[in-house]
Design a protein around this ligand. Structure first.
Ligand SMILES: CC(C)(COP(=O)(O)OP(=O)(O)OC[C@H]1O[C@@H](n2cnc3c(N)ncnc32)[C@H](O)[C@@H]1OP(=O)(O)O)[C@@H](O)C(=O)NCCC(=O)NCCS
Length: 402
């Protein structure tokens, strides 16, 4: 096979790369109008193209974002997206080349962490990515799903129209801040590409905003779908739901379950510790439809990534990490509530960088990782201690597609 040449794309090639990635996922090329919304997602210097004999055959790119960590800090995150190889050139190592260059680019650009949403869960572990958080999809039937009187109440929910949501939602999302580990920053380009065309369309989704004593503190975006004639069954599908405190979460659920003429309410991405069942008179009126991988993480600059988060009250732990693609990360780290440092001391646990990504936000415990072959236990007391250090007070949740 001819040599694959991977290089940073010039601005003039961004649209071709965008269409190539769309084509690989069976979507048509963008129109001029769609490109006007999407083009800013292609940040100069962060989009890669793979060329075979001068022809663009694969692409991948990074977008600037930030990731909320346990303890409330955030770390720069490169959101990796737009990945695709032309269907007639797959399975000959082109993506492998792109992915290696993409991880190197992220390190060069100063991102300790790369986040992805993946089309196939079998591809990414070999490159050191791991499931950073889970989300669950739920289904409720409002006729059965009544909130218990003890559930927090008192806030107000108001609906805002499509046009005004284009300005208000980005400000509100920013205001919610890193309210949970796993939440990521949404850039102006993200809002322009993802939200503006929807908000301006004739079928713009409904936006419900919750406000509590300190002002707006949560929102839920939904569409309704009707099957059959008018008056027939209506499904309310929640597509984006973020709330900074339990009152806002409860207030938004109360509203969603109270919308008239709705037979079922579905929400595809909710935090795994949002106990909607516990808010209801009938525990079983909320059904988990599926539990899914949400944001995948690749810790590309391990010292910086480990240093960025805070740690719980545990004894110092010596953790050995292996990283075949980015060998600078391979080594042992002493992790304690006071911080992280490289060490040559005997390791207590040994693991790959992909497994560490599963524990980084507190999603998967070290005890669980030990049980599923995700790490080697050298000191039997270490998994429990590592869980005290890495545990988070809230389940990580991302809930942003990119
Ligand atoms: C996924 C995709 C980018 C892979 O590109 P590619 O050039 O064929 O990948 P490579 O040849 O470098 O293969 C890398 C490895 O992943 C494996 N792999 C690639 N695609 C796979 C798939 N869909 N399912 C399972 N394994 C896959 C390959 O077998 C190979 O394994 P190996 O290293 O053990 O040999 C490409 O098939 C594609 O564009 N798919 C459609 C769009 C898509 O899914 N994009 C990713 C969005 S997150």
């Amino acid at each position: 096979m001819a040599e694959v040449d991977v290089r940073v794309l010039a601005k003039s090639d961004h649209r071709a790369a965008h269409d190539l990635a769309r084509g690989s996922q069976h979507a048509p090329p963008v129109s001029d109008g769609e490109w006007a919304y999407a083009q800013d997602l292609h940040e100069p210097g962060l989009a890669l193209g793979a060329y075979l004999e001068g022809e663009l055959v694969g692409t991948s790119r990074l977008q600037r974002s930030r990731l909320a960590l346990p303890g409330g800090a955030t770390v720069p995150m490169a959101a990796a997206t737009g990945k695709g190889v032309r269907a007639d050139r797959t399975r000959r190592g082109i993506f492998t080349r792109l992915e290696r260059e993409c991880l190197d680019l992220a390190v060069e650009q100063g991102f300790p962490v790369v986040g992805s949403r993946v089309s196939e869960a079998t591809i990414y572990r070999r490159f050191g990515h791991g499931v950073g958080n889970l989300s669950r999809a739920v289904r409720l039937y409002p006729r059965e799903a009544r909130l218990r009187p003890e559930v927090p109440c008192g806030g107000d929910v108001r609906l805002i129209g499509g046009a005004s949501s284009a300005g208000l939602l980005p400000r509100l999302y920013e205001r919610l801040g890193p309210y949970r580990p796993g939440v990521i920053g949404r850039s102006a380009a993200w809002w322009k590409a993802t939200w503006e065309p929807l908000a301006k369309s004739a079928r713009s989704p409904v936006v419900a905003v919750h406000s509590g004593p300190d002002g707006d503190d949560g929102f839920a975006v939904y569409r309704t779908m009707q099957s059959g004639d008018s008056g027939a069954r209506v499904t309310l599908m929640v597509t984006d739901f973020h709330a900074a405190n339990p009152e806002a979460v409860a207030g938004l659920w109360r509203f969603l379950l109270g919308v008239d003429l709705v037979e079922e309410v579905c929400a595809r991405r909710r935090p795994t510790d949002e106990l909607v069942e516990g808010m209801l008179d009938d525990w079983r009126a909320c059904r988990t439809h599926s539990l899914n991988d949400d944001l995948w993480l690749r810790l590309v600059d391990l010292p910086k990534a480990l240093d960025a988060r805070s740690y719980g009250d545990g004894e110092p732990l010596v953790l050995e990490v292996r990283d075949e693609l980015l060998p600078a990360n391979t080594g042992s780290y002493r992790i304690s509530p006071d911080g992280v440092e490289a060490t040559s001391d005997q390791a207590q646990l040994s693991m790959g960088v992909d497994a560490l990504a599963m524990a980084y936000l507190g999603t998967t415990s070290f005890a669980t990782l030990a049980g599923i072959g995700g790490l080697r236990v050298i000191d039997s007391k270490a998994p429990a201690n590592a869980d005290r250090l890495f545990g988070a007070s809230a389940a990580a949740f991302c809930g942003t597609t990119f």
